[in-house]
Every structure is written in C-alpha cells, then in structure tokens.
Design a protein around this ligand. Structure first.
Ligand SMILES: Cc1cc2nc3c(=O)[nH]c(=O)nc-3n(C[C@H](O)[C@H](O)[C@H](O)COP(=O)(O)OP(=O)(O)OC[C@H]3O[C@@H](n4cnc5c(N)ncnc54)[C@H](O)[C@@H]3O)c2cc1C
Length: 405
C-alpha cells in the first residue's frame, strides 16, 4: 500500500482563490501596516478611546481591519461571507463578537442573540458550530469571586462554589445558568455545537465548571457543548486529561477545543503585579510541546471525545493530519474539526479543505464599536513581535506575484 499523500500549506492559489486582486492588495497593505510595532501600539491605545469619544473613524475601520477579520455588522452581511467560504468547502464557526458589555439587560440581549445565531446557523449548510463567551452573559466580577473561591478548594471540577455568594448574587448566578441552559437547549434542538471560549485565568474556573455541567446534561449522544483548553497554561494538559477522564465516569461525551491562548501579556502582567506565580508556560516551546501532546491525546481517544484543533500553527495542524493518517483514521472523521480565524492563515484552511478535512473559519460579527476588543487582539497578535505578520505577508506576496505571471 502506498503512503498517504502529505498535506502541504504552500499552495497560495488555493489559499486565496476566494479573494479578488483588489482584496488581496488591501490585505497586503493591512498586514504591512500591522508589521509596524509602533503603529499597532498607538492604534490599539487610541482606537478604543476614539470610538468612545465618538470620533468619525468607523469608515476607516470598516474598510481595513474590520473587513479583514470580521464577517459584517449584522447576520445578513455575514451570510455573504459564509456563502463565499462554502463554495470552497470551508465551514463557519459563527461568533456574535460583542465583548465587554455589562448589565442584566445586555446579558439578556446577548443570550437572545446567541439563540438567534443558532437558529440562523441551523438554516445554513456550512455552519455546524457557534462560539460563546460566558462573560457575554455573566458579570465579570461575579465570575472573579467564584473563581477565587475555587482556588482555595479542590474536588470535582464541575462544582461552582456558591457558598461565597450573597443571596442576591446567588439569584444572579441562577440567571447565568438559565441563560446558558437556554442557549445549549437551542443548540441541541437545532443540531448545532456550542464552543465555550476560554478567557482570563481569574474567571476561568466557574466557566469550566458551568461548561462541565452543561456537557454532563447535553453531551449524551454527541458533543453539543465544547470546553476550550488553553495550552499556554502549564496546568492545562493535565486538566484536559482529568476533565475528559471524569467525563467517562460521568458518562457523557466530552467536546474540547484546543488553543494556545490569547491573553499571555495580560496574564503575565497581572501575575507580576500581584506577586503570583505566572500561570503561563515558561517558553513558546513549552506551549508548543503541550499543544501537540494535547492533539496526540485527543486523537488517541478520538472514539470517546470530539476535538476542534483551533490553531494557525502549521506544524500543529500538519501533526494532527499525520497522526490521523498514521492511525488509519479518515481525515474527515466526524469527531475532528480544524479551525482558523477569518482573515488569518488562509493557506492552512483552504489547503486542509482541499485535502478533505472538516475545516472552518471562526467568523465574528457585530457592530464596529462592540468588536473593537476582538480587533485589537488581532492587531496585537499580528504585530511584528509574534512573527505571524511575516508569514501572512510572504504568502500574500507570493500569490500576488503568481497572479501577475
Ligand atoms: C478558532 C480559534 C478559536 C480560538 N478561541 C480562543 C479562546 O477561546 N480563548 C483563547 O484564549 N484563545 C483563543 N484563540 C486564539 C489562540 O489562543 C491563539 O492566540 C492564536 O491562535 C495563536 O496561537 P496558534 O496556535 O495559532 O499558533 P502560534 O502562532 O504558533 O502560537 C502563538 C501563541 O503561542 C503562545 N506563546 C507565544 N509566545 C510564548 C511564550 N514566550 N511563552 C509561552 N507561550 C507563548 C501564545 O499563546 C501565542 O498566542 C482561538 C484561535 C482560533 C484559531
């Protein structure tokens, strides 16, 4: 028997087939600008302030960074992007990208919006998953209080330590649980999966606990709910093993999304300011090692869990496909899914799709002012320090040169 074909991420013709020349040139300009660290530093500081002050910068944002990384301001606008991706066998993880809004009415509104997104996703051929942030419908300080209580206790990781809350706060928490339950019920009824994003370590314990409770209740036939594992944390490989091991005892099917993690600077800064040990791995290599070990663990246990490989790291994506091939598992195994953020690493997404892997773009949508935190994270991630810009730029340049020929 001949060896299976090796997947390559070098083909830029496939990668950018969905982008006409004009859009590709715009992307080139944007990534070149984001390569300037001083510009990103200035932009990420000034933009949130300018939006709050009501300065007329929406037009510039819409035509540049928003167009690159966001599907649209409304579901209707976003559907055009989703349809474009479907033509290349690329699926979509829809994300109502509003962040940083507090208050019960905003939380109720977010819950309704998530349900609307689920119903919309169910009506589309290529949107199997949506993503949610618990801080979108729960007060950050409430989560912080519960997290601090969990830090002092051990035991079952699905436990929320309600004993530290006042009577009013307990009612508030009940409303959070009800919102989560409504979202997950809608997802289960509509055959859609819900990815629960991982956030800062100082709110993550109650997010994990709530997600575990939902998995226990709803992941009986398949994974409706997925937890996110941030492998830039040095304790998460063990957490992955413990939480999926626990699921076998609890008799449910775990769903996990594997990421490295998006809040590294913030995490390190906070730990230093508070004189705490950093929750982050000592080096990039250590994060990479745990990420790939997590990939291997999930593929080893693929019959018992569902996994989303959410990464722009070519090596990690390649490693996952090689492991599947080595173990004689189909690349389109129903328990595995690959995903990259919209606007990044098209070479990975479109070449995986061409090879027959289930792969999606994580596609946020929402009003410009509400997706600013998401956009600022993308700008920082793509600044020269991370090295991602160089890679994106080189690929775009290669494709522009190929088209010229
Ligand atoms: C579909 C999707 C969903 C996502 N959902 C979430 C989510 O829910 N929560 C979340 O936090 N993030 C999420 N992310 C973002 C993700 O965590 C990363 O920030 C981003 O994808 C970059 O990591 P990478 O695996 O693509 O690859 P790479 O570019 O290889 O790795 C960069 C990452 O490595 C880590 N790293 C870099 N330098 C060091 C260092 N010196 N020491 C230790 N670690 C280091 C950091 O996490 C950094 O972001 C998501 C990403 C995708 C694609």
């Amino acid at each position: 028997m001949s060896a299976p074909a090796t997947i390559s991420f070098e083909n830029t013709e496939y990668a950018f087939a969905y982008k006409p020349d004009k859009e590709l040139k715009k992307a080139h300009f944007l990534f070149k600008s984001m390569g300037q660290q001083w510009l990103v530093n200035l932009g990420t500081r000034l933009t949130p302030w300018a939006i709050k002050a009501g300065l007329p910068i929406n037009g510039i944002i819409r035509n540049t960074i928003f167009a690159q990384f966001v599907g649209g301001e409304t579901l209707k606008e976003t559907s055009a992007v989703a349809a474009k991706l479907a033509a290349f066998n690329v699926q979509v993880i829809l994300d109502y990208g509003v962040e940083g809004k507090e208050g019960e009415s905003n939380f109720d509104h977010a819950c309704e919006e998530f349900i609307r997104v689920i119903e919309y996703a169910a009506s589309q051929p290529n949107i199997p998953l949506i993503s949610i942030k618990v801080t979108g419908f729960a007060r950050f300080a409430l989560l912080e209080k519960l997290d601090a209580a969990a830090d002092n206790k051990s035991g079952y990781m699905g436990t929320v330590h309600l004993e530290v809350l006042t009577g009013e706060e307990r009612k508030e928490w009940d409303r959070v649980v009800q919102r989560m339950q409504r979202i997950v019920t809608a997802a289960a009824d509509n055959n859609i999966g819900v990815l629960v994003d991982a956030e800062e370590t100082w709110v993550q314990d109650p997010v994990d606990a709530l997600t575990m409770q939902m998995m226990q209740k709803y992941n009986t036939q398949r994974a409706v709910v997925y937890n996110t594992i941030q492998l830039y944390r040095h304790d998460r490989l063990q957490f992955l093993k413990d939480s999926t091991g626990q699921s076998r005892i609890g008799q449910f099917i775990p769903g996990v999304k594997l990421v490295r993690g998006a809040y590294m600077e913030k995490e390190r800064r906070r730990a230093m300011e508070k004189g705490l040990a950093s929750p982050i791995q000592p080096s990039k290599e250590a994060s990479d090692k745990d990420y790939d070990e997590a990939v291997a663990y999930c593929i080893e246990h693929l019959d018992h869990l569902y996994v989303v490989i959410a990464s722009h790291n070519e090596q990690s994506n390649l490693y996952a496909t090689q492991l599947l091939q080595k173990k004689d598992r189909p690349l389109n195994h129903p328990h595995i899914h690959f995903s990259q953020l919209y606007g990044m690493s098209d070479n990975i997404t479109f070449n995986l799709a061409k090879a027959g892997c289930p792969v999606s773009k994580y596609l946020p949508f929402g009003p410009i002012k509400d997706v600013i935190p998401y956009l600022m994270r993308r700008a920082q991630e793509n600044s020269s320090v991370s090295g991602q810009t160089g890679r994106e730029l080189a690929l775009i340049k290669k494709e522009l040169a190929r088209r010229k020929l």
